[in-house]
Design a protein around this ligand. Structure first.
Ligand code: ARG
Ligand code: ZN
Length: 888
C-alpha cells in the first residue's frame, strides 16, 4: 500500500474548473458496463489559465477522452491509479469533455459506486463513490445539472431510475430498453443515483401546501411490497411536518425510495431517488419490532429532510459534513418527537450519545464535530458528526428560542439555496437573523472532547440567596492538548420543598442583576449561559434552600458533576416537572450505585443492594399515576458501556456481574410487582404503532426480562407462554430474548423454533443472529464462530455482519474475554472482511479503538490484534486509518 495521504481542512482550495452540465449514458451489462460522460467545463475566472484539470477515478478502465470532440493524445493526459490529469486544455471560457469508461458492478463488493444487490443495479456515491463510476472532480463544491440515460436488458431490468424527471423512454434492439432522466436542480455528484432492476412500487400522492401534486413511489421486489405501508405513512408524515415546522416544501413532481438488501449504511438522500437499506423500509407487525418501526419513521424523515438540508444547500467540502448531518439528525429527532413522545425520544437520544459518542470523544478516534483531517472520509460518518452535531444544532435552538431558530433557518435558505457552504455560514445565519452574539459558540465545531461541568451550590439563609458555581474543563484529545472554555447553555429550574417549580424573576451574574421574567410572566426554566472556566450565578429572594434541576432536557452535550445528595436526587426523581430530568435523577442514582458495587466486586466484597434503591424502583413500578413510558425507562438500568465509560480502568466482568446482580435482585424482591406488570399489560388488540400501545409493550417486555433473569421454572413458563401467544414481533422477540438469557435446553429449543419459523425472512434472521451474538453466555465466541458458517450468513452482506460481528463486539464479557478469544476472532474477521468491503471492515475494527481503557492483559491482547491487522498485505485505507490511529 502507498502510504495513505491525510487530507486537511486548512488546505481547502477552490476548484480551478467548474462543471455546468453532465450528460451520463450507462449501458448496463452482465460482463461490463460502459459509462459515457459529457461534461461542459469552464475555468474559474480568477484561476490561472491553463492549469491542469485533475479528475478523480478509481477501479475504472479508461476507453477514451475527447476535448471539444477531439480525442486526446497520450501525451496530453496522465493516468495513475487514483487520478486522470488533463494537461493541455483549450484556453476558452468553456469546453466539452467526453470520457468513456468501462466498469464491473457485478464484482463490486465494496458497495460503493455502481454495484449489484440481489441481481439489481444500484449506486452509493457519498462520500467518494462517484469516482468509481466515471472520472470526475469528486468533491461536493462541484455542482452541475445532470441528465442520465440508462440502457439495459428489458426482462432483467424492467425498471430504470435516476434523479429528477423521466423525460424519455423506449425499446431498443436485442431485448433492451432505455430511459432518460433529467434533474433540473444542480447537485454535487455524491447525490447522483441510478437503479435498474426487477422492482415494483407502492404508489401514493402528496399534495404540497402550494398545490403541487407529488407522486410517491416506494420500490422493492414484488414479494416485499406489502411491507412498505409504514414507510409510505412515514414519508407523507415527514413531508407534512417539514411544511408545518420549517415551511419547506418538496420541489419536484416525483419522489422515489428504493429498498436494497445490501447497503453499507442506513440510507442515502440522492435527489428524488432515496436509496435505503431494506431494514429501514420493510416492516410488518409480525416481522418488525416497535424499535424498527420507530427507526423507519426517523430515517425516512431524515433522508427526506435532506432535500433541503443537504441537497438544496450542500457542503463546501467533507469537513463540513455535520452542516448537513447534524442539522438533519436534529430535524429527524424533532420530527420523531412530534410524532410520538418527546421525553421517550430525548431519553433514547441522550442514552445513545452517552453510550457511544462520549466514549468516542474520550478515545483515540476523538474528533471535533468538524474534523480537521481525515484519510478516508467514510470513517467520519460518526456519532460525533451526527449525534453530537445534532446537539450543537439543538443548542442554537435552546439559546435563540423556537422562533429565533426558525428565523435563522429561513435566513440560511434565503442566503444559500443552491450553494455549497460551511458551518460558519450556518452560524452566521443564526446570529444575523437574531442579532445575537454567540461569541465562542463556534468552538463546538472545532474542539473535540466532552466538557466536564462541575456545579457547587450554596444557600445563604440570611441573605435568602442561592448560589450556583460552575466550573468547566474540556479534556485534552489527540492533537488538542489545551482547550478554550465552551459556551454551554444550562437550562435550569429551582424546586421548592413541595417539589413545585419556583418562579424565577432575576439572576445576579457577572456583576449585574439580570431580569428573567418575560412580559411580567414568571419563568420556571431559564437558560444560563456558562462561558468561562469558572462562573457564578446567584438567585435571590428564596425563603428556603431550593433543589436545582440542572441541564433540563439535557441542554448541552456535557458530563455534569453536581453536589446534589442522594436525597436531592430521590426528590427530583419524584417531583421534577422536567420529565427528562426526572428520569435523569434516577439514572444518576443508578450510576452511583453501580459504580460503588463494581468497587465492592473488585475487592471481593459481597454484593448488597441498597434497600432504598429497591424501594425507589418499587414505588415507580406500582405508581399507577405515572406514564408507562416513564416507568419503562426509569426501571431500566444504565447500560454496561455507559458504566465502563465512567471507570478509570474499564472492567467488563465486574460491570456485567454487577448489572446482572442488580437485575436479579430487583426481580427477586419485586417479583409480585413485575408479574402484575406483565399481566396488566397484555393486550389482544391488533398491532398499532402508536404511543400508548408501544409503551404498554415496552413496559411488559422490561418486566418479563426481569422475571426471566431469575432462571425460575415459573417464569420460564411465563416467557414461553408470551413467546407462543405473541401476535407481533415486538412481544415475540422480547419473550425470546428473555428466555435466551439463560443457557440450557429451553433456550436452544426456542432459538431453533424461532429460526424455523422465520428462515424465509432475512431481516428477522438477522435479529436471530444478533441475539445470539450479543449473548453473555460463557464462551459464546465458539457459538459465533459456528454461526459464521451458518447457511444464512454471508460476509458480503453488511446487515449480517452488523448483526453477528457487530453484535458480538457489543457483548462486554465475550468480546473482552480475558483469554483474548474475542479479540482474536474479530482480528481474523476484519482481515477477511477488508478484502471484500473496507467500509464495513473499518466499522468493525473500531471495536478495538478503546483498547487502552482496559487492564494490561487485555491491552496486550487487543494491541496484538491491531498490529496483526496493520501488518496485513493490501490493507484498505479505511481500516489502516482506524487501526493506526488506535495505536498512536
Ligand atoms: N448521507 C447519508 C445519511 O443520510 C449517509 C451516507 C453515508 N455514506 C458513507 N459512505 N459513509 O446519513
Ligand atoms: Zn444524513
Amino acid at each position: 500500500m502507498d502510504t495513505p495521504k491525510e487530507i486537511f481542512l486548512k488546505d481547502y482550495k477552490l476548484p480551478d474548473y467548474y462543471f455546468q452540465t453532465v450528460k451520463l449514458n450507462f449501458s448496463l451489462g452482465e460482463e461490463k458496463t460502459i459509462v459515457c460522460s459529457e461534461i461542459t467545463v469552464f475555468p474559474r475566472e480568477e484561476a490561472g489559465i491553463a492549469s491542469p484539470l485533475v479528475l478523480d477515478g478509481q477501479d475504472l478502465k479508461l476507453l477514451s477522452i475527447k476535448v471539444n470532440g477531439k480525442e486526446l493524445k497520450v501525451e496530453e493526459y496522465h493516468l495513475d491509479s487514483r487520478h486522470l490529469t488533463l494537461l493541455s486544455l483549450p484556453r476558452s471560457t468553456k469546453f466539452t469533455l467526453e470520457i468513456v469508461t468501462e466498469i464491473y458492478p457485478q464484482n463490486n463488493t465494496s458497495l460503493e459506486g455502481l454495484y449489484k444487490s440481489s441481481g439489481n443495479f444500484c449506486t452509493q456515491c457519498e462520500a467518494e463513490g462517484f469516482r468509481k463510476i466515471t472520472f470526475y472532480q469528486d468533491r461536493p463544491d462541484i455542482m452541475a445539472i445532470y441528465t442520465c440515460r440508462i440502457e439495459a436488458d428489458k426482462t432483467l431490468y424492467p425498471v430504470l431510475l435516476s434523479n429528477g424527471n423521466l423525460i424519455e423512454k423506449g425499446d431498443l434492439e436485442g431485448g433492451r430498453h432505455y430511459a432518460v432522466w433529467e434533474d433540473p436542480f444542480k447537485k454535487p455528484c455524491y447525490l447522483f443515483a441510478l437503479v435498474a432492476g426487477q422492482l415494483e412500487s407502492r404508489d401514493d400522492t402528496f399534495i404540497t401546501r402550494s398545490g403541487r401534486k407529488v407522486s410517491l413511489r416506494i420500490w422493492t421486489p414484488a414479494q416485499d411490497l406489502a411491507k412498505t405501508a409504514h414507510a409510505m405513512y412515514s414519508l407523507k408524515a415527514a413531508m407534512k411536518w417539514d411544511e408545518d415546522v420549517f415551511g419547506l416544501e418538496y420541489d419536484l413532481d416525483l419522489f422515489n425510495i428504493v429498498a436494497v438488501p445490501d447497503f453499507n449504511m442506513g440510507a442515502m438522500e440522492n435527489k428524488s431517488l432515496n436509496i435505503f437499506n431494506s431494514k429501514l423500509v420493510l416492516a410488518s407487525p409480525e416481522t418488525a419490532s416497535d424499535a424498527d418501526y420507530a427507526a423507519i419513521l426517523g430515517v425516512i424523515g431524515h433522508e427526506y429532510f435532506h432535500n433541503w438540508t443537504g441537497n438544496r444547500v450542500t457542503c463546501r467540502d467533507w469537513f463540513q459534513l455535520s452542516l448537513k448531518e447534524g442539522l438533519t439528525v436534529f430535524r429527524d429527532q424533532e420530527f420523531s418527537s412530534d410524532m410520538g413522545s418527546r421525553t421517550v425520544k430525548r431519553i433514547a437520544d441522550v442514552s445513545k450519545l452517552r453510550s457511544y459518542q462520549f466514549p468516542q470523544d474520550a478515545g483515540p478516534m476523538a474528533h471535533p464535530v468538524r474534523p480537521h483531517s481525515y484519510i478516508k472520509m467514510d470513517n467520519f460518518y460518526t456519532v460525533t458528526v451526527y449525534e453530537k452535531g445534532a446537539e450543537v444544532v439543538r443548542m442554537y435552538k435552546t439559546l435563540l428560542g423556537s422562533h429565533g431558530f426558525r428565523k435563522g433557518m429561513d435566513l440560511y435558505f434565503k442566503r444559500h439555496d443552491g450553494q455549497a457552504v460551511t458551518c460558519e455560514d450556518f452560524f452566521a445565519a443564526m446570529c444575523d437573523a437574531n442579532d445575537a452574539n454567540l461569541s465562542n459558540f463556534l468552538s463546538w465545531y472545532s474542539q473535540a472532547g466532552t466538557p466536564l461541568v462541575k456545579v457547587t451550590s450554596s444557600y445563604n439563609a440570611e441573605a435568602r440567596s442561592y448560589s450556583l458555581k460552575f466550573s468547566q474543563v474540556v479534556p485534552p484529545t489527540r492533537g488538542q492538548p489545551v482547550k478554550e472554555p465552551m459556551f454551554i447553555p444550562v437550562a435550569l429550574g429551582l424546586l421548592d420543598s413541595n417539589g413545585k417549580d419556583i418562579p424565577l424573576s432575576s439572576v445576579y451574574h457577572d456583576g449585574m442583576l439580570k431580569s428573567i421574567e418575560k412580559n411580567g410572566e414568571p419563568i420556571y426554566t431559564t437558560v444560563l449561559q456558562v462561558k468561562k472556566k469558572e462562573e457564578e450565578f446567584v438567585f435571590s429572594d428564596l425563603s428556603e434552600r431550593p433543589v436545582p434541576s440542572l441541564l433540563r432536557g439535557f441542554s448541552a452535550p456535557v458530563r455534569l458533576d453536581s453536589d446534589l445528595t442522594d436525597s436531592d436526587l430521590f426528590f427530583l426523581l419524584a417531583h421534577d416537572s422536567d420529565e427528562f430530568n426526572r428520569w435523569e435523577a434516577g439514572q444518576v442514582l443508578a450510576r452511583k450505585l453501580m459504580l460503588s458495587l463494581v468497587a465492592d466486586y473488585q475487592q471481593n466484597k459481597p454484593l448488597v443492594l441498597n434497600p432504598k434503591f429497591v424501594l425507589g424502583i418499587k414505588s415507580i413500578l406500582s405508581d399507577s399515576s405515572l406514564d408507562k413510558e416513564f416507568i419503562a425507562k426509569a426501571i431500566t438500568l444504565p447500560g454496561e458501556g455507559e458504566i465502563m465509560d465512567l471507570m478509570e480502568v474499564a472492567d467488563p466482568d465486574a460491570v456485567h456481574a454487577v448489572r446482572s446482580f442488580i437485575r436479579k435482585q430487583l426481580a427477586a424482591e419485586l417479583k409480585a410487582e413485575f408479574l402484575k406488570t406483565v399481566q396488566n399489560n397484555r393486550s389482544s388488540e391488533a398491532y398499532v404503532f402508536n404511543h400508548s400501545s408501544m409503551v404498554r409493550r415496552a413496559l411488559k417486555n422490561v418486566a418479563l426480562a426481569y422475571l426471566a433473569s431469575l432462571e425460575d421454572m415459573e417464569f420460564t413458563e411465563l416467557a414461553l407462554h408470551e413467546y407462543r401467544s405473541a401476535t407481533n414481533m415486538t412481544e415475540q422477540f422480547a419473550a425470546l430474548a428473555a428466555i435466551a438469557q439463560n443457557p440450557g435446553k429451553t433456550r436452544d429449543d426456542v432459538l431453533a423454533d424461532f429460526y424455523s419459523k422465520w428462515e424465509h425472512d432475512y431481516l428477522v434472521v438477522n435479529k436471530w443472529f444478533a441475539l445470539q451474538a450479543m449473548s453473555d453466555i460463557h464462551g459464546n465466541v465458539e457459538n459465533v464462530r459456528n454461526l459464521l458458517k451458518h447457511p444464512a450468513f454471508d460476509l458480503r452482506n453488511p446487515n449480517k455482519v452488523y448483526s453477528l460481528i457487530g453484535g458480538f463486539c457489543g457483548s462486554p464479557v465475550n468480546f473482552h474475554a480475558k483469554d483474548g478469544s474475542g479479540y482474536k476472532f474479530l482480528g481474523e474477521v476484519v482481515v477477511q472482511l477488508d478484502k471484500l468491503n473496507p467500509q464495513v471492515a473499518s466499522r468493525m475494527v473500531s471495536a478495538f479503538s478503546r483498547w487502552r481503557r482496559y487492564d494490561e492483559t487485555r491491552q496486550k491482547l487487543a494491541k496484538g490484534q491491531l498490529e496483526m491487522i496493520l501488518s496485513t498485505n493490501g490493507l484498505s485505507e479505511n481500516v489502516f486509518e482506524i487501526a493506526s490511529k488506535s495505536l498512536a
